[in-house]
Design a protein around this ligand. Structure first.
Ligand code: TPP
Ligand code: SF4
Ligand code: MG
Length: 288
């Protein structure tokens, strides 16, 4: 695949945190010299999920909460592609929660970016699974994606970024994409991406974010330590950002490596009748 789609201008509200993600994805892909025709972005449903329309890449708009299933499918069809899934907190942590949990365990080498604005932006600001108590009548404590991710013992790359720190976000996305391109597995990056129209948290988050790499004992290869650091930071009313898990081993644990290895994926296989006649006849013979 060499061609990519032509982008259109973003339709987001001026100042939306998703602009930071768009810029960081672009910069990270450019820094890694990923050809635009080899980058596929699968968007979720929500303001955030339209991101692929604004980049010169190949993209598809998934069903609500199903972007991970589709992104894993793209990767298994053609492991040579660099695959990014990107959507919102509603898409990923509500309707998409089943897929979210399994993605860590499946460990396909794709990057999943969740633009968390603690609300359903597209449908005009209802409470989402990450909303604070009191927001739009919400009485439930917010879901913590990083602690959940750290609790799943799989060799994933896990990080959190903030749209108010585009440089830090670019560096983390670059590391995540490199991790994927080495066939090491699933990379999850939650970006704190304020919705300036329905839940403008820029000022609050700027005061609250805390770079975990500055904390004593920081060791992203040690899951237990990082779980404790994130939990304690959270209990202190701060929001941990940075790399939370970086597997020690440099193994090629990606699902596509295990299932397909060095072979071309199904999308690039030669399925012409003339080159496969004997195999097709054998298959037909086995059915009689
Ligand atoms: C199956 C289905 N259910 C509900 C909706 C309505 N809907 C559209 S976007 C959305 C939530 C978007 O919130 P989020 O994923 O956080 O994205 P944001 O707009 O905040 O970026 C919902 C519930 C839908 N499109 N499809
Ligand atoms: S409604 Fe919120 S999330 Fe959607 S584009 Fe506007 S600022 Fe961004
Ligand atoms: Mg949202």
């Amino acid at each position: 695949m060499t061609q990519s789609a032509k982008p259109v201008p973003p339709i987001w509200c001026p100042g939306c945190g998703d602009f930071g993600v768009l810029a960081a994805v672009k910069k990270a892909a450019q820094n890694l010299k990923i050809p635009t025709g080899e980058l596929v972005l699968v968007g979720g449903i929500g303001c955030s999920g339209s991101i692929h329309n604004f980049l010169e890449i190949n993209g598809l708009h998934a069903l609500h909460g199903r972007l991970l299933a589709q992104a894993v499918g793209v990767k298994l069809a053609n492991p040579a592609l660099t695959v990014v899934a990107a959507g919102g907190d509603g898409d990923g942590y509500a309707i998409g929660m089943g897929h979210f949990m399994h993605a860590f365990k499946k460990n396909a080498s794709i990057l999943y970016i969740v633009m968390n604005n603690e609300t359903y932006g597209l449908t005009k600001g209802q409470a989402s699974p990450t909303s604070q108590i009191g927001f739009e009548g919400n009485v439930e404590p917010p879901f913590h994606a990083i602690l959940t991710a750290l609790s799943i013992p799989a060799p994933n790359f896990i990080a959190r970024t903030f749209s108010g720190d585009p440089k830090g976000m670019t560096a983390i996305l670059e590391e995540a994409l490199r991790f994927n391109r080495e066939g090491r597995g699933f990379a999850f990056v939650e970006d704190l991406s304020p919705c300036v129209t329905y839940n403008d948290t820029y000022k609050l988050w700027r005061e609250k974010v805390l770079d975990v790499s500055k904390l004593p004992g920081y060791d992203p290869t040690d899951r237990k330590t990082m779980f404790r650091l994130c939990l304690e930071t959270n209990e202190q009313g701060r929001i941990p950002i940075g790399v939370m898990h970086r597997p020690k081993e440099s193994g090629h644990d990606g699902l596509e490596v295990k299932l397909i290895g060095e072979r071309a994926g199904p999308a690039r296989s030669d399925i012409r009748l003339e080159s496969n006649l004997a195999s097709y006849q054998k298959l037909l013979g086995s059915l009689t």
